[in-house]
Design a protein around this ligand. Sequence first.
Ligand code: ADP
Ligand code: TRP
Length: 328
Amino acid sequence: MRILSGIQPTGPSYHIGNYLGAIRQWVDMQQEHELIVFIADLHAITVPQSPGFLSRATMEKTSELLALGIDPERTTLFVQSHIQEHAELAWILSTLTPVGELERMTQFKDKAKKHAQHINAGLLNYPVLQAADILLYKPEGVPIGKDQVQHLELSRTLARKFNNTYGETFLEPRAIVPKEGGKILSLQDPKKKMSKSDPADTQISLFDTEEQIKKKVKKAVTDMGSEITYSPSEKPGISNLLLLFSLFGNGSVKEAEEHFKNKGYAKLKKEVGDLLAEKLAPFRERKATFLKREVYVREILTRGAKQARFIASSTMQDVREKVGLLLP
Ligand code: ADP
Ligand code: TRP
Protein backbone atom coordinates (compact mmCIF):
# COMPACT_ATOMS: atom_id res chain seq x y z
CA MET A 1 0.00 0.00 0.00
CA ARG A 2 1.17 3.55 -0.59
CA ILE A 3 0.74 5.69 2.53
CA LEU A 4 1.25 9.45 2.69
CA SER A 5 1.17 12.09 5.39
CA GLY A 6 2.51 15.55 6.14
CA ILE A 7 3.23 17.71 9.14
CA GLN A 8 3.89 21.43 9.53
CA PRO A 9 7.25 22.69 10.78
CA THR A 10 5.56 25.20 13.09
CA GLY A 11 5.62 25.38 16.86
CA PRO A 12 8.41 24.73 19.33
CA SER A 13 8.75 20.92 18.89
CA TYR A 14 6.56 17.97 18.07
CA HIS A 15 4.61 16.79 21.10
CA ILE A 16 3.28 13.46 22.36
CA GLY A 17 -0.08 14.14 20.65
CA ASN A 18 1.62 14.49 17.25
CA TYR A 19 3.49 11.30 18.01
CA LEU A 20 0.60 9.12 19.15
CA GLY A 21 -1.85 10.56 16.62
CA ALA A 22 0.39 10.57 13.57
CA ILE A 23 4.15 10.03 13.69
CA ARG A 24 4.17 6.72 15.54
CA GLN A 25 1.81 5.27 12.92
CA TRP A 26 4.20 6.38 10.18
CA VAL A 27 7.17 4.75 11.86
CA ASP A 28 5.23 1.49 12.18
CA MET A 29 3.86 1.57 8.66
CA GLN A 30 7.17 2.15 6.90
CA GLN A 31 8.09 -1.45 7.73
CA GLU A 32 5.45 -2.89 5.44
CA HIS A 33 4.24 -0.12 3.20
CA GLU A 34 5.57 2.48 0.83
CA LEU A 35 5.60 5.62 2.99
CA ILE A 36 5.80 9.22 1.79
CA VAL A 37 6.18 11.96 4.43
CA PHE A 38 6.76 15.66 3.93
CA ILE A 39 7.23 18.83 5.94
CA ALA A 40 4.34 21.15 5.04
CA ASP A 41 6.17 24.48 4.96
CA LEU A 42 3.69 26.07 2.54
CA HIS A 43 0.91 25.33 5.02
CA ALA A 44 2.95 26.93 7.81
CA ILE A 45 2.94 30.37 6.15
CA THR A 46 -0.85 30.61 6.38
CA VAL A 47 -0.15 32.10 9.81
CA PRO A 48 2.60 34.72 10.24
CA GLN A 49 6.12 33.21 10.30
CA SER A 50 9.48 34.88 10.38
CA PRO A 51 11.39 33.81 7.22
CA GLY A 52 14.69 33.18 9.01
CA PHE A 53 12.92 31.05 11.55
CA LEU A 54 10.92 29.03 9.02
CA SER A 55 13.89 27.59 7.13
CA ARG A 56 15.63 26.71 10.39
CA ALA A 57 12.45 25.13 11.74
CA THR A 58 12.15 23.01 8.58
CA MET A 59 15.64 21.60 9.12
CA GLU A 60 15.02 21.09 12.82
CA LYS A 61 11.69 19.32 12.32
CA THR A 62 13.29 17.06 9.72
CA SER A 63 15.87 16.11 12.35
CA GLU A 64 13.03 15.45 14.79
CA LEU A 65 11.27 13.07 12.37
CA LEU A 66 14.52 11.20 11.81
CA ALA A 67 15.11 11.03 15.57
CA LEU A 68 11.60 9.63 16.05
CA GLY A 69 12.31 6.76 13.71
CA ILE A 70 11.50 7.82 10.15
CA ASP A 71 13.99 5.76 8.17
CA PRO A 72 15.18 7.55 5.00
CA GLU A 73 16.22 4.23 3.49
CA ARG A 74 12.61 3.09 3.55
CA THR A 75 10.65 6.32 3.43
CA THR A 76 10.48 9.22 1.00
CA LEU A 77 11.00 12.30 3.20
CA PHE A 78 10.91 15.73 1.60
CA VAL A 79 9.94 19.39 1.96
CA GLN A 80 6.59 20.36 0.40
CA SER A 81 7.84 23.57 -1.25
CA HIS A 82 10.57 21.64 -3.08
CA ILE A 83 7.87 20.10 -5.27
CA GLN A 84 6.15 22.89 -7.16
CA GLU A 85 3.37 20.62 -8.37
CA HIS A 86 1.70 20.88 -4.93
CA ALA A 87 0.94 24.56 -5.47
CA GLU A 88 -0.03 24.03 -9.09
CA LEU A 89 -2.51 21.25 -8.36
CA ALA A 90 -3.90 23.24 -5.42
CA TRP A 91 -4.79 26.03 -7.85
CA ILE A 92 -6.62 23.68 -10.17
CA LEU A 93 -8.47 21.98 -7.31
CA SER A 94 -9.46 25.37 -5.89
CA THR A 95 -11.53 25.95 -9.02
CA LEU A 96 -13.61 22.91 -8.03
CA THR A 97 -14.04 23.91 -4.36
CA PRO A 98 -17.08 25.83 -3.11
CA VAL A 99 -15.97 28.68 -0.82
CA GLY A 100 -18.78 27.83 1.62
CA GLU A 101 -17.30 24.42 2.24
CA LEU A 102 -13.95 25.96 3.19
CA GLU A 103 -15.60 28.51 5.46
CA ARG A 104 -17.25 25.68 7.41
CA MET A 105 -13.96 23.92 8.22
CA THR A 106 -13.36 23.69 11.98
CA GLN A 107 -9.65 24.44 11.71
CA PHE A 108 -10.30 27.52 9.56
CA LYS A 109 -12.81 28.86 12.08
CA ASP A 110 -10.41 28.25 14.99
CA LYS A 111 -7.42 29.80 13.27
CA ALA A 112 -9.43 32.75 11.96
CA LYS A 113 -10.43 33.47 15.53
CA LYS A 114 -6.87 33.11 16.80
CA HIS A 115 -5.36 35.25 14.02
CA ALA A 116 -8.19 37.72 13.56
CA GLN A 117 -5.76 40.32 12.15
CA HIS A 118 -4.50 37.94 9.48
CA ILE A 119 -7.40 36.05 7.93
CA ASN A 120 -5.80 35.49 4.53
CA ALA A 121 -6.99 33.52 1.51
CA GLY A 122 -4.27 30.95 2.16
CA LEU A 123 -5.79 30.12 5.53
CA LEU A 124 -9.13 29.52 3.82
CA ASN A 125 -7.54 27.50 1.02
CA TYR A 126 -5.40 25.45 3.42
CA PRO A 127 -7.46 22.24 2.94
CA VAL A 128 -7.27 22.58 -0.86
CA LEU A 129 -3.47 22.60 -0.71
CA GLN A 130 -3.70 19.60 1.60
CA ALA A 131 -5.89 17.81 -0.96
CA ALA A 132 -3.28 18.55 -3.64
CA ASP A 133 -0.50 17.22 -1.36
CA ILE A 134 -2.38 13.98 -1.06
CA LEU A 135 -3.95 13.41 -4.48
CA LEU A 136 -0.70 14.06 -6.39
CA TYR A 137 0.77 10.85 -5.00
CA LYS A 138 -2.39 8.65 -5.22
CA PRO A 139 -1.94 7.09 -1.78
CA GLU A 140 -4.44 4.56 -0.44
CA GLY A 141 -4.16 5.66 3.18
CA VAL A 142 -3.39 8.89 5.05
CA PRO A 143 -2.45 8.41 8.74
CA ILE A 144 -3.52 11.48 10.74
CA GLY A 145 -4.94 12.54 14.10
CA LYS A 146 -8.67 13.07 14.52
CA ASP A 147 -8.55 16.82 13.92
CA GLN A 148 -7.45 16.27 10.30
CA VAL A 149 -10.29 13.92 9.30
CA GLN A 150 -12.45 16.76 8.03
CA HIS A 151 -9.64 17.85 5.69
CA LEU A 152 -9.29 14.33 4.40
CA GLU A 153 -13.00 14.21 3.62
CA LEU A 154 -12.54 17.25 1.39
CA SER A 155 -9.64 15.53 -0.37
CA ARG A 156 -11.93 12.61 -1.14
CA THR A 157 -14.69 14.90 -2.37
CA LEU A 158 -12.26 16.77 -4.63
CA ALA A 159 -10.87 13.52 -6.05
CA ARG A 160 -14.39 12.44 -6.94
CA LYS A 161 -15.28 15.83 -8.36
CA PHE A 162 -12.17 16.01 -10.51
CA ASN A 163 -12.73 12.47 -11.79
CA ASN A 164 -16.35 13.25 -12.66
CA THR A 165 -15.45 16.49 -14.39
CA TYR A 166 -12.30 15.52 -16.27
CA GLY A 167 -12.15 11.73 -16.24
CA GLU A 168 -10.75 9.08 -13.92
CA THR A 169 -7.48 10.43 -12.50
CA PHE A 170 -7.31 10.34 -8.71
CA LEU A 171 -7.70 7.69 -6.03
CA GLU A 172 -9.97 8.44 -3.05
CA PRO A 173 -7.65 7.95 -0.06
CA ARG A 174 -8.93 6.87 3.34
CA ALA A 175 -8.02 8.40 6.68
CA ILE A 176 -6.12 6.13 9.08
CA VAL A 177 -6.76 7.33 12.63
CA PRO A 178 -5.37 5.31 15.55
CA LYS A 179 -8.03 3.56 17.64
CA GLU A 180 -6.62 5.24 20.71
CA GLY A 181 -4.40 8.31 20.80
CA GLY A 182 -6.06 10.12 17.88
CA LYS A 183 -6.79 12.97 20.27
CA ILE A 184 -4.44 13.52 23.19
CA LEU A 185 -5.68 16.28 25.46
CA SER A 186 -4.03 19.41 26.84
CA LEU A 187 -2.49 18.93 30.28
CA GLN A 188 -3.92 22.20 31.51
CA ASP A 189 -7.34 22.09 29.84
CA PRO A 190 -8.28 18.46 29.24
CA LYS A 191 -11.33 19.45 27.25
CA LYS A 192 -9.08 20.68 24.43
CA LYS A 193 -6.61 18.77 22.30
CA MET A 194 -2.91 19.17 23.03
CA SER A 195 -1.58 21.68 20.51
CA LYS A 196 1.84 23.01 19.54
CA SER A 197 0.53 26.55 19.48
CA ASP A 198 -0.58 26.50 23.14
CA PRO A 199 1.67 27.37 26.14
CA ALA A 200 4.52 24.98 27.03
CA ASP A 201 2.93 23.65 30.23
CA THR A 202 -0.08 22.29 28.29
CA GLN A 203 2.00 19.93 26.17
CA ILE A 204 4.85 17.46 26.54
CA SER A 205 7.38 17.91 23.82
CA LEU A 206 8.98 14.72 22.59
CA PHE A 207 12.32 16.37 23.33
CA ASP A 208 11.66 17.84 26.79
CA THR A 209 14.20 17.03 29.50
CA GLU A 210 13.31 14.48 32.17
CA GLU A 211 12.80 17.25 34.71
CA GLN A 212 10.49 19.18 32.37
CA ILE A 213 8.41 16.08 31.66
CA LYS A 214 8.02 15.12 35.31
CA LYS A 215 7.18 18.67 36.34
CA LYS A 216 4.55 19.12 33.63
CA VAL A 217 2.83 15.83 34.44
CA LYS A 218 2.91 16.68 38.14
CA LYS A 219 1.14 19.98 37.43
CA ALA A 220 -1.41 18.47 35.03
CA VAL A 221 -5.02 19.43 35.76
CA THR A 222 -6.97 16.48 37.16
CA ASP A 223 -10.61 15.97 38.04
CA MET A 224 -12.92 15.97 41.05
CA GLY A 225 -12.86 12.93 43.29
CA SER A 226 -9.95 10.64 44.01
CA GLU A 227 -10.73 7.44 42.16
CA ILE A 228 -8.67 6.52 39.13
CA THR A 229 -11.13 5.40 36.46
CA TYR A 230 -11.12 5.72 32.69
CA SER A 231 -14.07 7.92 31.80
CA PRO A 232 -13.25 10.55 29.15
CA SER A 233 -16.51 12.44 29.67
CA GLU A 234 -16.49 12.54 33.48
CA LYS A 235 -12.76 12.40 34.18
CA PRO A 236 -11.03 13.83 31.12
CA GLY A 237 -7.77 14.73 32.93
CA ILE A 238 -7.33 11.36 34.64
CA SER A 239 -8.42 9.49 31.51
CA ASN A 240 -5.84 11.35 29.45
CA LEU A 241 -3.08 10.32 31.88
CA LEU A 242 -4.30 6.70 31.93
CA LEU A 243 -4.30 6.68 28.15
CA LEU A 244 -0.72 7.98 28.07
CA PHE A 245 0.32 5.31 30.55
CA SER A 246 -1.30 2.67 28.36
CA LEU A 247 0.05 3.91 25.03
CA PHE A 248 3.64 4.44 26.19
CA GLY A 249 3.66 1.36 28.42
CA ASN A 250 2.17 -0.87 25.72
CA GLY A 251 -0.62 -2.21 27.97
CA SER A 252 -4.35 -1.71 27.51
CA VAL A 253 -6.28 1.10 29.19
CA LYS A 254 -8.07 -1.57 31.25
CA GLU A 255 -4.74 -2.85 32.54
CA ALA A 256 -3.65 0.69 33.37
CA GLU A 257 -6.87 1.21 35.31
CA GLU A 258 -6.31 -2.03 37.17
CA HIS A 259 -2.68 -1.07 37.92
CA PHE A 260 -3.78 2.19 39.58
CA LYS A 261 -6.75 0.77 41.45
CA ASN A 262 -6.83 2.17 45.00
CA LYS A 263 -3.83 4.38 44.33
CA GLY A 264 -4.13 8.17 44.45
CA TYR A 265 -3.76 10.86 41.77
CA ALA A 266 -0.23 11.69 43.00
CA LYS A 267 0.91 8.12 42.37
CA LEU A 268 -0.62 8.14 38.88
CA LYS A 269 1.18 11.36 38.02
CA LYS A 270 4.46 10.12 39.41
CA GLU A 271 4.34 6.91 37.37
CA VAL A 272 3.19 8.58 34.16
CA GLY A 273 5.94 11.20 34.54
CA ASP A 274 8.59 8.54 35.14
CA LEU A 275 7.40 6.41 32.22
CA LEU A 276 7.37 9.32 29.76
CA ALA A 277 10.79 10.52 30.94
CA GLU A 278 12.19 7.05 30.31
CA LYS A 279 10.52 6.48 26.93
CA LEU A 280 11.29 9.90 25.47
CA ALA A 281 14.96 10.11 26.51
CA PRO A 282 16.31 8.29 23.41
CA PHE A 283 14.49 10.73 21.10
CA ARG A 284 16.25 13.68 22.69
CA GLU A 285 19.63 12.07 22.29
CA ARG A 286 19.02 11.13 18.67
CA LYS A 287 17.77 14.60 17.77
CA ALA A 288 20.98 16.15 19.11
CA THR A 289 22.97 13.85 16.81
CA PHE A 290 20.96 14.74 13.70
CA LEU A 291 21.13 18.46 14.45
CA LYS A 292 24.92 18.18 14.21
CA ARG A 293 24.70 16.39 10.85
CA GLU A 294 23.19 19.13 8.69
CA VAL A 295 24.84 18.00 5.46
CA TYR A 296 23.47 14.48 5.89
CA VAL A 297 19.96 15.76 6.65
CA ARG A 298 20.12 17.99 3.57
CA GLU A 299 21.11 15.01 1.44
CA ILE A 300 18.13 13.04 2.70
CA LEU A 301 15.81 15.89 1.71
CA THR A 302 17.38 16.19 -1.74
CA ARG A 303 16.99 12.48 -2.35
CA GLY A 304 13.43 12.56 -1.02
CA ALA A 305 12.49 15.45 -3.30
CA LYS A 306 13.88 13.58 -6.30
CA GLN A 307 11.73 10.54 -5.55
CA ALA A 308 8.65 12.67 -4.86
CA ARG A 309 9.13 14.74 -8.03
CA PHE A 310 9.15 11.62 -10.11
CA ILE A 311 5.59 10.77 -9.01
CA ALA A 312 4.25 14.32 -8.76
CA SER A 313 5.39 15.41 -12.20
CA SER A 314 3.79 12.44 -13.88
CA THR A 315 0.43 12.99 -12.14
CA MET A 316 0.56 16.69 -12.92
CA GLN A 317 1.27 16.12 -16.61
CA ASP A 318 -1.83 13.92 -16.78
CA VAL A 319 -3.87 16.58 -14.93
CA ARG A 320 -2.78 19.37 -17.30
CA GLU A 321 -3.81 17.28 -20.29
CA LYS A 322 -7.15 16.27 -18.76
CA VAL A 323 -8.00 19.88 -17.86
CA GLY A 324 -7.19 20.95 -21.41
CA LEU A 325 -4.28 23.27 -20.74
CA LEU A 326 -2.22 23.73 -23.90
CA LEU A 327 0.99 21.81 -23.35
CA PRO A 328 4.17 23.80 -24.03
P1 ADP B 1 -0.73 21.01 16.29
O1 ADP B 1 -2.20 21.16 16.27
O2 ADP B 1 -0.21 20.58 17.60
O3 ADP B 1 -0.01 22.20 15.73
P2 ADP B 1 -0.48 19.71 13.74
O4 ADP B 1 -1.72 20.39 13.27
O5 ADP B 1 0.82 20.12 13.12
O6 ADP B 1 -0.40 19.80 15.32
O7 ADP B 1 -0.68 18.16 13.57
C1 ADP B 1 0.26 17.23 13.10
C2 ADP B 1 -0.32 15.84 13.18
O8 ADP B 1 -0.52 15.47 14.56
C3 ADP B 1 -1.70 15.70 12.53
O9 ADP B 1 -1.83 14.44 11.92
C4 ADP B 1 -2.64 15.85 13.68
O10 ADP B 1 -3.88 15.23 13.46
C5 ADP B 1 -1.88 15.17 14.80
N1 ADP B 1 -2.23 15.74 16.11
C6 ADP B 1 -2.11 17.04 16.47
N2 ADP B 1 -2.49 17.22 17.75
C7 ADP B 1 -2.87 16.00 18.21
C8 ADP B 1 -3.36 15.53 19.46
N3 ADP B 1 -3.53 16.35 20.49
N4 ADP B 1 -3.65 14.23 19.59
C9 ADP B 1 -3.46 13.38 18.55
N5 ADP B 1 -3.00 13.75 17.35
C10 ADP B 1 -2.71 15.05 17.16
N1 TRP C 1 -2.75 19.88 7.85
C1 TRP C 1 -1.93 18.88 8.45
C2 TRP C 1 -1.72 19.21 9.92
O1 TRP C 1 -1.85 20.31 10.35
C3 TRP C 1 -0.58 18.78 7.77
C4 TRP C 1 -0.71 18.33 6.38
C5 TRP C 1 -0.48 19.08 5.27
C6 TRP C 1 -1.06 17.02 5.93
N2 TRP C 1 -0.68 18.35 4.15
C7 TRP C 1 -1.03 17.08 4.51
C8 TRP C 1 -1.41 15.84 6.59
C9 TRP C 1 -1.36 15.95 3.75
C10 TRP C 1 -1.72 14.71 5.81
C11 TRP C 1 -1.69 14.79 4.39
O2 TRP C 1 -1.38 18.34 10.65
